[in-house]
Design a protein around this ligand. Structure first.
Ligand code: CP
Ligand code: NVA
Length: 303
């Protein structure tokens, strides 16, 4: 496996499936109270340029459960916030930590950090991708559906970092993915083109109903991501109709499941009724961030 995990394109399907089996094993051990100190004495440095609840807590708790330690750093209170070069910070942190997880605006900055780090670097969300979320998401699907590779996945909403990661996942796993976004808010063209080149089955549409028809897994995310707060009103207008609600759900397979990486803006991109409804697996999905990331950490940081 690659030293770093910055995008799903760093992995093969075999890598993903081996992470899934370790996730399953670690989840079971955690539930039954069996200790699993796979990273005893190791430290994960966690750098955040943006806010977080799930990512911060699940990585920190995950390291503790693995017998290690996690260190929270808000970039603004480090020398990075005062302009220390990324390549210097990466080399210095490599001398103290056994791994680094970073949540950045720029994906390029994350790549630069990883190139200069001697220890594994994990993407905890960048403006381009959110790969750890995808590992947890697809793992969650495996817990609810027989054959996660032969399902129809649908994304309704912004062509953002989460949508880009679903596109990478479609290329990696080979499942069918339909993405419905308003005009002007489609996912990254290059990422789509690259995925299609590798044979990914991706349909891009501006019609949420087309994307939802017969879907097995429905997914959405906020209309304005972190860093786009000033566009909130403009986006709310543009995304009218791109909501996962009871009407959209009726078009999907009757056994379809609904996902959301959270935080959700209830009654914007998804109705409160659907979040709380019987088809929602959103809170299992959130819990699985912990188990999936423990598998990622234990695999990448194993000595
Ligand atoms: N889904 C997710 O990454 O949530 P946080 O922003 O709370 O970490
Ligand atoms: N697209 C969202 C995901 C948050 C977990 C954002 O980047 O803010």
């Amino acid at each position: 496996m690659n030293k770093d995990f910055l995008a799903l394109s760093d992995w093969t399907l075999e890598d993903l499936e081996s992470i899934f089996s370790l996730t399953r094993e670690l989840k079971q051990k955690q539930k039954e109270g069996t200790p699993h100190p796979l990273l005893k004495g190791q430290t994960l440095g966690m750098i955040f340029e943006k806010s977080s609840t799930r990512t911060r807590v699940s990585f920190e708790v995950g390291m503790f459960q693995l017998g290690g330690h996690a260190l929270f750093l808000h970039s603004g209170t480090t020398q990075m916030g005062r302009g220390e070069p990324i390549k210097d910070t990466a080399r210095v942190m490599s001398g103290y930590c056994d791994g680094v997880m970073a949540r950045t605006y720029s994906h390029q900055a994350l790549e630069e950090f990883a190139q200069n780090s001697y220890v594994p670097v994990i993407n905890g969300l960048s403006d381009l991708y959110h790969p750890c979320q995808l590992v947890a998401d697809i793992f969650t699907v495996t817990e609810h559906k027989e054959d996660y590779r032969n399902l129809k996945y649908c994304w309704i909403g912004d062509g953002n970092n989460m949508a880009n990661s679903w596109i990478n996942a479609a290329a990696l796993v080979g499942f069918e993915l339909r993405i419905a976004s308003p005009k002007g808010y489609e996912p990254d063209k290059e990422i789509v083109a690259l995925a299609k080149k590798s044979g990914a089955k991706i349909l891009l549409t501006n019609d949420p109903r087309e994307a939802a028809a017969g879907a097995d897994v429905l997914n959405t995310d906020v209309w304005a991501s972190m860093g786009q707060e000033s566009e909130q009103q403009k986006r709310a207008k543009a995304f009218t109709g791109f909501q996962i609600n009871a009407d959209i759900l009726k078009l999907a397979d009757p056994e379809a499941v609904v996902m959301h990486c959270l935080p959700a803006h209830r009654n914007e991109e998804i109705t409160d009724e659907v979040v709380e409804g019987p088809q929602s697996i959103i809170f299992n999905e959130a819990e699985n961030r912990l188990h999936a990331q423990k598998a990622i950490l234990a695999t990448l940081m194993a000595h």
